[in-house]
Design a protein around this ligand. Structure first.
Ligand code: SAH
Length: 346
């Protein structure tokens, strides 16, 4: 099979045998990447039209009890300047975001025990009370099933938890031994069973990642059936054990975005900030490769300059209105439009 045939098969059948995926990922050319992007873009156009869903990202805390080797807010990074937003700051972000047309708020943060289930329930209930037409997405890491259940009952609609890699051995190379792929997957299956629109995903080009691992990621996602998939390049952070590793490439990341779209026509697929960091037109290219979501940052200025998962993150000196204006201009420059909608998985 040649690569264009493999791409056609993926579009037609939604999957390929592992060996064919590895071949495709190992040998794809620039022409193959462009072909995959065209096919993927056609699919998103047929499902979503030229509408791009927006999510307002609120980075509520960079305290983290976890210690992932790639992440700039890992607990062992003693140089990180830690902060957590007050409830009033979080509500202010929502108020501003609502006025600016956001109908989804994403509360993201490190695994910070200050934000107990009780406190999160209070925050979620309050936002839902005021903005009943908005969706709430949480991205707060691994929790017990009972905690996820409480947050869902309180009104949270979606949960993002990237699986990071579907290969056990690779997972162990990215995380300390107290974290396991089995638990990450347990969280994902719990979230889905509870009723969350659930997102998994991965970093492309993370240290020790092989083409076989990427094939395994695609097959895991096929089996899991996510509602959302987050894909961005790995980018080193200078205060982590992976400081000397290279960033993942924009091209590999864009190719993975296209393959995910081919395999999951209706999935909610963001053009990520990390993609926009490794390439100045990364987010536009992401949309042209099949993405249909953007997540402008609503966090207050002093929070965003300290919420540094990786080096050179874009937008850390912008305020919320600048972040929004930048993203809007990018989307319009390629003939797409931002819409005022919750943008649920259908
Ligand atoms: N603590 C939460 C959410 C914050 S991290 C959680 O564990 O889900 C959100 C995502 O950022 C991670 O899932 C990871 O894929 C990504 N990320 C972390 N460090 C990164 C890096 N150095 N380069 C690129 N992406 C990174």
């Amino acid at each position: 099979m040649d690569n264009m045939t493999r791409i056609d098969c993926l579009a037609k059948d939604g999957t390929l045998p592992k060996g064919e995926l590895i071949e495709l990922l190992s040998s794809y050319s620039e022409a193959d990447r462009i072909y995959a992007a065209e096919r993927a873009r056609k699919i998103s156009l047929s499902v979503f039209g030229r509408k791009i869903y927006t999510r307002g990202l609120i980075e509520i805390s960079n305290y983290c009890r976890n210690d992932c080797y790639y992440c700039g807010i890992r607990r062992s990074n003693t140089k990180a300047v830690r902060y957590r937003l007050s409830l009033d700051e979080i509500y202010y972000c929502c108020d501003w975001g609502y006025g600016a047309g956001f109908r989804t708020f994403v509360l993201q943060g490190g695994e910070d025990s200050f934000f107990t289930d009780d406190l999160l329930v209070e925050i979620i209930s309050r936002i839902k009370e005021k903005y009943s037409d908005c969706a709430i997405t949480l991205s707060l890491g691994e929790k017990e099933r009972a905690s996820y259940q409480r947050l869902f009952v309180a009104g949270a609609d979606r949960y993002l938890l990237r699986h990071e890699t579907a290969n056990e051995t690779h997972y162990c190379k990215l995380h300390p031994s107290f974290l396991t792929l089995a638990n990450r997957k347990r969280c994902l299956y719990d979230l889905k069973e509870i009723g969350f629109q659930t997102g998994c995903g991965l970093m492309v080009g993370s240290p020790f990642q092989t083409r076989e691992h990427l094939a395994e990621d695609l097959l895991f996602m096929k089996e899991f059936g996510p509602h959302m998939v987050g894909i961005g390049p790995f980018i080193p952070h200078s205060e982590t054990p992976f400081r000397d590793y290279q960033a993942g490439s924009a091209e590999d990341s864009l190719f993975m975005v296209s393959l995910v779209r081919l395999m999951h026509p209706r999935v909610l697929l963001p053009a990520t900030t990390a993609l926009g960091t490794v390439r100045s037109d990364g987010r536009e290219q992401g949309i042209l490769a099949g993405a249909n979501v953007v997540m402008p940052n609503l966090s207050p200025l002093d929070a965003r300059k300290n919420y540094l998962l990786y080096d050179n993150k874009i937008g850390t000196a912008d305020d919320a209105s600048e972040s929004l204006a930048t993203v809007k201009a990018k989307i319009e420059s390629i003939g797409y439009e931002m819409v005022v909608e919750r943008g649920d998985y259908k």
